[in-house]
Design a protein around this ligand. Structure first.
Ligand code: G1P
Length: 288
């Protein structure tokens, strides 16, 4: 059973400058909720209540967000239930923090979790992806893990010309949604890509990964890549990939972030009707 999750959140967020000059990119809101809260909620909805956030310089706002703010709660009007909501956020899970001292890549960030994780399998949720699904994606992966007891990586199909933005897997299909891997490669050129199945920012890892991270040399961008450590692991044991059910929102770039905001606003009860009306008028040019 998977009881712990790791959320790497130490990155600089250079793709969102200047917004991220003095605030963590994980705190950028989709409407009124910081993206990292959606990610923590997914872990919690998947039955995980022990979460380690890999933090770093300039990330203190994340700690404050998941802490109590007694003065704020006292100042809020009880009527709109906001004070309760603020308390709920602080009580969502047991959230721990550790700081990545130098930004040496995703594999290196995960390595900071080794003591906290010990000898258990654990989930990894990248903060720049949120997924809208009936069954939380991490739960979907946990179900596969419970069957095979091996590393499971979430994947989704991407257009072939976009493979160089992702880690890409290759493998033998076991069903329409499950593969046993034969290869995985970080950001391949389209002509040498093993498939168009992209690593989708969610993993179930086992403590074996820590040994292979130790043995992994810097790869793409001169960083210790998690994908490279997984590739080394694949030479020793089986790894599975599961095509997630749900819609993935990649909020790591500005255009997709905008799309996510619009879609989430259209799904929110209080905005759905007036926002749709506004967009329709805007797009048909009839702005009276
Ligand atoms: C990271 C991983 C990559 C994965 C991607 C998903 O890349 O290294 O394998 O496909 O997340 O978002 P990054 O987006 O940090 O460059």
């Amino acid at each position: 059973m998977v009881r712990k999750a790791v959320i790497p959140a130490a990155g600089l967020g250079t793709r969102f400058l200047p917004a991220t000059k003095a605030q963590p990119k994980e705190m950028l809101p989709i409407i009124d909720t910081p993206t990292i809260q959606y990610v923590v909620q997914e872990a919690v909805d998947s039955g995980i209540d022990d979460i380690l956030i890999i933090s770093g310089k300039g990330k203190r706002a994340i700690e404050d967000h998941f802490d109590r703010n007694v003065e704020l709660e006292a100042a809020l009007d009880d009527e709109d239930n906001l004070a309760n909501e603020m308390r709920r956020i602080a009580d969502m899970a047991n959230i721990h923090f550790i700081r990545q001292k130098e930004l040496r890549g995703l594999g290196d960030a995960i390595y900071y979790a080794r003591q906290h994780i010990g000898e258990e399998p654990f989930a990894v949720l990248l903060g720049d992806t949120i997924v809208d699904s009936v069954i939380p994606v991490t739960q979907q992966l946990c179900d596969i893990y419970d069957q095979y007891r091996k590393t499971v990586i979430a994947v989704e199909e991407v257009p072939h010309e976009k493979v160089q933005r992702y880690g890409i897997i290759g493998g033998k299909p076991l069903s329409d949604t499950l593969w046993e891997l034969s290869d995985l490669i970080e950001k391949p050129a389209p002509e040498s890509s093993p498939s168009n199945l992209a690593i989708a920012g969610r993993y179930i890892l086992t403590p074996d990964i820590f040994k292979t991270i130790e043995q992994t040399k810097p790869g793409k961008n001169n960083e210790i890549q998690l994908t490279d450590a997984l590739r080394l692991l694949l030479s020793r044991e089986s790894i599975y990939s599961y095509k997630i059910e749900g819609k993935r929102y990649d909020i790591g770039n500005k255009l997709d972030y905008l799309k996510t905001t619009v879609e989430f606003a259209l799904k929110r009860k209080e905005f759905a009707a007036p926002f749709r009306e506004y967009l329709e008028l805007l797009l048909t040019g009839d702005r009276s």
